[in-house]
Design a binder for this molecule. Sequence first.
Ligand SMILES: C[S@@+](CC[C@H](N)C(=O)[O-])C[C@H]1O[C@@H](n2cnc3c(N)ncnc32)[C@H](O)[C@@H]1O
Length: 290
Amino acid sequence: MAVLSGSLSCFEQMDDVQFNHWTSLLEKRTGMHLPKERRSFLETSLGLRMKEIGIQNFAAYYQHLQCEKNGEKEWLTLVDRLTVHETRFFRHQPSLDFLEQIILPELFNSEPDRKKLQIWSAGCSTGEEAYTLCMIVDQFLKKQLKNSHCYLAVTGMDISIPALVTARKAIYDRYKIRHVPGEYLEDYFVQQNDGRYQIIDGLKKRICFVPFNLIDMKKTLLEPMDIIFCQNVLIYFNRDRRKQIIHQLVQRLKPGGFLVLGAGESLNNPHPELEKIEFPNSLAFSKKML
Ligand SMILES: C[S@@+](CC[C@H](N)C(=O)[O-])C[C@H]1O[C@@H](n2cnc3c(N)ncnc32)[C@H](O)[C@@H]1O
């Protein structure tokens, strides 16, 4: 077994036993499924992190992660390195059209005097999805309903603490806001002296970002949601985990509420309490009424 040294190519190679050890640990704690083809990704990611903190081999690092004193903190860093945070504002237009054209009219038609609308962005990464949802709903409330009495609350949740720190800062590079339509950019962002864009306080205060593990949802005490977006997250879990997660999401949805998944996330018989809603290029469900 090659010992970790200065160059990337000299990172320790993992044997099958070690690979199984690491992937089981990851699966157990995060639900993340790493297939064999991703072994070199795992070796490199672990190797880079071990190099940063001066740990020489996988076994010592594994032990370090079990250690009560520093292991928990290190685990959060490692999870951040192993998870994919790719996201962007207005990422999947068909799902957003579905929100604007179907979900919002439906929720407000069925309850015109609604005082509160609660939305969940599960696996929100660095915040772009949660802010996008908040902007769209805010526009809807102001322009379509002229309803200022409905309180909008969006909760963004993710397992990655560094991603949530970025989300809470709400400051994005010019490149990051390239997909934001002009009217939204004008209404919800202010350009800073350094050229970056900050979300306005009026929008920021509607959103709360919290650390959260999708496979540990039983521990979260949350009011049932009207809308849950969980996009580009389930692809990282195996079929059983996906099923468990969907089940938990359904438990946190109000009857008549909507669950919007990533369009490519194939789900066979997702849940008996869900009814699929047909809308082009999207994968969305409503929770059946009792
Ligand atoms: C590819 S991003 C998707 C971001 C956003 N939903 C979107 O579609 O643009 C996936 C996010 O899921 C988060 N994630 C992965 N496993 C998770 C878990 N067990 N619990 C909560 N979040 C998780 C990752 O940290 C990452 O930020």
